[in-house]
Design a protein around this ligand. Structure first.
Ligand code: ACO
Length: 422
């Protein structure tokens, strides 16, 4: 059996054979022989836009691995900072490498005072933290103009470190500004998750001591969100990066893509949905509305997973641990019942709709005291190393600028008509 695909152009009878490599066929090999004939794939449902050695995802079997390591093992045994290193460098760090990495990240957590004062003060009092964070990430580009030299690997490394270190600071800054609380400076004696929680909640205490169960749960959620191959925001990072924009504005574009309710905004929508359902007896009527196509069951469904999202299983375990500390969320029962019904109902079964990572994360964040409009901000902190590892891969491989084609469906040529005659 030949590992290839044969395509015949029935207009001309021309036949071409294209080899199958890494599970795909080269569109370039096709277009060379049949110029002017494009693959039509809105939403990229059947297109591999790149090759990548970072994340393996088998949606049919619910498998997710970063650099070959199963997500279940990383969630249980690793830390978010170690996973960041793994994603970016391709290997787990040695003890010395880990120490250097921790030091490098810890020593880039502070932001320029102008950012904290003038920049933040410019926002309206009820500005959404995600809008503030997106702008703040883009604004970093103006503080580090040397980031534009994307051809120097050492320089790229420095910007990557800065982004991973500073994003929690910017995220907490956006939150504190949105509730009129003073900025809390990073505490570099704390670990990544503890430091973030300190910047969120510290008031007058000399050192903020986060509950270890909650900081561990946060760290695990960040691991689960760290990468997910060519999702909407990562593809955005690659598309913008391919024009050789600097990593800050590229990451700001990726953050914007994540903001949408179909992507990173879904966990916020889950809580809105659970609040709207309100109580147990309203569930059947809500499910009916979903099946009529009036609303979507938020936190369900995924473009790639056609089985249970492996991250959702881990999130559910974390939820139990967090609720043991914070008390059980009253919305949990509604969520569990929705899941139970959906897993048995033909509408959901026939469309392979299972809970995705966002179905339970909102409930965890909410019970930790993190407000709803910060949920996507939390996702941004987690996804940053994924975006950056894809950006670095893009830079090393020197891929061409992203520039797809279209199928034109507009009018044929026509003559301009003067406004008085229209
Ligand atoms: N609730 C009800 N029906 C759904 C849902 C849902 N959440 N998701 C998909 N469907 C149905 C669609 O109506 C469609 O039915 P049809 O064939 O009868 O028309 C079918 O399932 C296929 O749906 P598509 O929209 O074609 O699937 P697509 O791959 O384009 O969308 C998406 C994936 C955006 C995630 C979708 O499932 C959705 O909107 N889910 C809710 C939002 C959500 O949870 N997003 C988070 C995704 S994970 C992440 O970004 C971290």
């Amino acid at each position: 059996m030949s590992e290839s695909v044969t395509i015949t152009d029935n207009r001309t009878g021309e036949t071409i054979e294209i080899p199958i490599e890494n599970g795909g066929i080269s569109a370039k090999a096709f277009s060379k022989h049949m110029p002017g004939l494009w693959f039509y794939d809105p939403g990229f449902t059947a297109t591999a836009s790149t090759s990548s050695a970072i994340t393996y995802l088998d949606g049919g079997n619910g498998v997710l691995r970063y650099r070959g390591y199963p997500i279940e093992q990383l969630a249980e045994k690793s830390t978010f900072l170690e996973v960041c290193y793994l994603l970016i460098n391709g290997e787990l760090p040695s003890a010395t490498e880990m120490e250097t990495w921790r030091h490098d990240i810890t020593h880039h957590t502070f932001i320029h005072e102008n950012m904290r004062k003038r920049f933040t003060e410019g926002f309206h009092h009820d500005a959404h933290p995600m809008g503030m964070l997106t702008s703040a990430i883009a604004a970093l580009s103006t503080f580090y103009p040397e980031a534009k030299d994307i051809s120097d690997p050492e320089n790229r490394k420095k910007q990557i470190n800065r982004l991973i270190s500073k994003v929690p600071t910017l995220a907490a800054m956006a939150y504190r500004a949105s509730i009129g609380m003073p900025f809390v400076y990073p505490d570099n004696t704390l670990n990544y998750a503890e430091n973030f929680l300190s910047m969120m909640w510290r008031v007058a205490e000399p050192v903020y001591e986060a509950d270890p169960v909650l900081s561990k749960a946060l760290d695990t959620l960040l691991i689960l969100h760290a990468d997910h191959e060519q999702n909407c925001s990562t593809t955005t990072m690659r598309v913008v990066g391919s024009s050789h924009s600097d990593p800050y504005v590229s990451a700001a574009a990726a953050t914007s893509a994540l903001y949408g309710p179909r992507h990173g905004g879904a966990n916020e929508q889950v809580i809105h949905m659970l609040n709207e359902i309100g109580s147990y007896e309203n569930i059947p009527a809500f499910i009916e509305k979903v099946k009529q196509g009036d609303v979507r069951l938020m936190g369900f469904g995924h473009r790639v997973y056609k089985a249970y999202d492996p991250r959702a299983t881990i999130v559910k375990e974390q939820a139990d641990k967090v609720f043991a500390v914070t008390g059980r969320s009253p919305l949990l029962d509604i969520a569990l019942k929705l899941e139970e019904i959906a897993l048995e109902d033909d509408y959901f079964k026939s469309r392979n709709l299972y809970p995705n990572v966002d179905f339970y994360t909102g409930l965890i964040y909410q019970s930790m005291g993190i407000p709803m409009d910060m949920f996507t901000v939390m996702f941004t902190i987690g996804r940053m190393p994924g975006w950056l590892s894809h950006w670095e891969e893009l830079m090393v491989e020197e891929q061409r600028i992203a520039r797809p084609r279209q199928l034109y469906t507009g009018p044929d040529e026509r003559d301009y008509v003067d406004i008085a005659s229209r």
